[in-house]
Design a protein around this ligand. Structure first.
Ligand SMILES: [Fe+2]
Ligand SMILES: [Fe+2]
Length: 256
């Protein structure tokens, strides 16, 4: 799927899952694990997918590559539903480098027995990965939802890669009749909600960026009316009510 001319979707839909993370019921609409390819003069793949879908993901990637080879695998989040394909990717594309935060590389050692020392590129807030025609500027997003998380911003097409941020429950091949907010709210408060102050911090950084597209790791790519999604996340992460209830009756007015 084309997001922009040079940015493509290569994620997968999971309709076999009943409980996301073993506790959130997604048996009706499933779950999506999103992944993206940025086709510059060099090619970056953003994140992998859940362990049951690595072959499907690599197949999607191969279709988009159309004979080219990727130069980088960028890791925004190391939770297994996004990182399970790392070892298979690194084996299939031995020229590729892996780009991630220091915290993510520490986790890789535990997951895969290696942090790919000969091929690793450690990045942090403000670092830029220049692909030629496209570039990714990294934005620190610790604890949205794990401590190693990075967002990144692609300046040419004005795309924010937001890791779990702005994600929702539900596969992407099913139209959610309730729209984005209902299952995005359940996802947010289940997965990220207790880290509100960290979400607030990254929203402040996002306010300085001209964002035209948000590419989360779950749920639909957001392309229109982005102020709505950013405002909604601001409300949720600051623990404000969406609409203010009527004032409670005073003691005097309730006394009889
Ligand atoms: Fe996560
Ligand atoms: Fe996730």
């Amino acid at each position: 799927m084309e997001i922009t001319k040079d940015i493509r979707y290569i994620g997968v839909d999971d309709h076999d899952i009943d409980l996301f993370e073993g506790q959130y019921d997604v048996s009706e609409n499933g779950m999506a694990y999103n992944s993206y390819v940025i086709l510059g003069e060099k090619i970056a793949v953003a994140d992998s997918v859940d362990g049951g879908f690595v072959d499907e993901w690599l197949g999607n990637l191969e279709t988009v590559l159309d004979g080219r080879t990727p130069d980088y695998l960028v890791i925004h989040h190391m939770e297994p539903d996004h990182s399970a394909g790392i070892a298979a990717f690194m084996e299939r594309y031995p020229q590729a480098q892996i780009v991630a935060s220091m915290g993510a590389f520490r986790m890789m050692v535990n997951y895969f027995g290696t942090d790919f020392p000969e091929r690793k590129m450690v990045v942090k807030e403000g670092d830029v990965l220049d692909l030629g025609g496209h570039s990714l500027t990294f934005v620190g997003a610790p604890n949205v939802h794990w401590p190693e998380v990075l967002f990144s911003y692609e300046a040419t097409d004005k795309v924010l890669f937001s890791a779990d941020g702005f994600g929702k429950f539900g596969a992407n091949d099913i139209e959610d009749p309730e729209g984005w907010a209902c299952e995005a709210r359940r996802y947010y408060f289940g997965i990220v909600g207790k880290f509100g102050k960290f979400v607030q911090a990254v929203l402040k950084k996002a306010a300085d960026l001209d964002i035209q597209v948000i590419c989360p790791l779950h749920g639909p790519v957001l392309t229109e009316n982005l102020g709505y999604y950013l405002d909604t996340y601001n409300t949720w992460s600051s623990y404000q009510p969406r609409t203010r209830a009527s004032p409670l009756p005073t003691r005097a007015s309730t006394a009889t």
